[in-house]
Write a new protein. Structure first.
Length: 307
């Protein structure tokens, strides 16, 4: 009888212990599920807030320039920085919600700072190079640059990479540390550029006539600036040829057109086919400046009445 009482007591203790353990497990599973749901919500809000605040920053920096054209390089860089900061804050909040203590994370990162620094050396160097590019401004978004053997128009400058678009519409992504550590040739920095065309003429040809013809072609071209004036000179001499060099200044957007026209003219004039020269390119038409001041409305009204 006493043995049966002991067995019954042990069974009750075991059942009560199992029930309490089950309750603890259920509570822990419920807390974990709630934390996972809240963490997912925080993550979604973080992604949305990073994109939203990045767009607001971009628009706000565009408005700071007023009537001037916005600095796309600065806009892209600062907006990207805001986005990454929001993402880091959101991820830390998610870890805290899941029960991971940030102090322990900091301690682990501090202990493994050397390994983390070596692992992120490339990424951190890209970020540092991006900051230096933003400070020194060797190029801006929209400029045509040449670096690392690649040439194209700058489409974006991020914290880590610089994106180029080539003339045949190829996308080139270059890390910022390679761009900043290499020679950068900016073809769009100055308003005007010099066109240099060099060609060879046979010694038996009429050199003065050819030089006069190419000089007249450069002077008559409306895309060529007259100050400084175009020049034609003998650059080198050979046994059976004479090298002629033509230099003409033009606006940066007309550089390719003027260079192609002078090359074609040099070829035709050297071959004695001056009559085959194509018509000169047309001069660009600048849009009329808008009328400013209180009389602008009166002038527009008068023009409507006359029409």
């Amino acid at each position: 009888m006493q043995f049966d009482d002991q067995v019954d007591k042990r069974l009750r203790q075991t059942v009560l212990g199992d029930e309490s353990l089950l309750h603890k497990f259920t509570d822990a599973a419920g807390d974990l599920a709630v934390n996972l749901v809240v963490g997912a919500i925080i993550l979604i809000l973080t992604l949305w807030a990073s994109a939203w605040l990045s767009g607001i920053t971009r628009n706000a920096m565009g408005r700071l320039h007023g009537r001037h054209a916005p600095d796309l390089t600065l806009q892209t860089f600062v907006a990207s920085m805001v986005r990454y900061v929001i993402l880091v804050i959101g991820f830390v909040a998610v870890l805290q919600q899941l029960g991971v203590k940030t102090t322990s994370i900091v301690a682990v990162l501090g202990a493994a700072s050397l390994a983390v620094g070596l692992a992120l050396q490339g990424a951190l160097s890209n970020v540092a190079a991006g900051v230096m590019i933003l400070l020194f401004r060797p190029y801006r978004v929209g400029d045509i640059i040449e670096t690392g053997g690649k040439k194209g128009t700058v489409r974006a400058l991020d914290l880590v990479i610089t994106e180029l678009a080539t003339a045949d519409n190829l996308k080139i992504v270059i890390p910022n540390n390679k761009v900043f550590g290499d020679v950068i040739v900016n073809h769009s920095h100055h308003e005007s550029r010099r066109v240099d065309v060099t060609f060879r003429v046979l010694s038996a040809a009429d050199l003065p006539a050819i030089m006069a013809g190419i000089q007249a072609r450069a002077v008559a071209n409306p895309l060529v600036l007259q100050a400084p004036a175009p020049s034609t000179s003998v650059a080198a001499l050979g046994e059976s040829w004479v090298e002629v060099e033509v230099q003409a200044w033009t606006k940066r957007q007309d550089h390719g057109t003027v260079q192609a026209d002078l090359l074609l003219a040099a070829k035709l004039l050297s071959a004695g086919k001056a009559d085959d020269l194509p018509p000169l390119p047309e001069a660009p038409v600048s849009p009329p400046e808008p009328v400013k001041g209180p009389k602008a409305g009166r002038r527009s009204l008068r023009s409507r009445l006359k029409a």
